[in-house]
Design a protein. Structure first.
Length: 73
């Protein structure tokens, strides 16, 4: 079946595939309507949502717990 070589994933990660299901156009309109990004310094609402979704899917208790996993600075 395999020729002894390690197989490398060349496609999208599972998380990236899940994020494709989020209706980003509706999300962006809602953020704009309520001024969600008005005073954001580092993370936009979309980035915050992605971080929270990743933390939830990987059973993290807080964003601080997910920092070593995603290699954030």
């Amino acid at each position: 079946m395999f020729s002894g070589e390690a197989r490398v994933n060349t496609g999208k990660t599972l998380f990236a595939q899940l994020m494709e299901f989020v209706p980003w156009d509706t999300f962006t309109r809602t953020v704009a309507r309520y001024g969600g990004d008005h005073r954001a310094r580092t993370l936009s609402c979309a980035e915050q949502y992605r971080a929270m979704a990743f933390a939830h899917l990987t059973y993290r208790e807080s964003l601080r717990d997910s920092k070593p996993v995603c290699r954030c600075s």
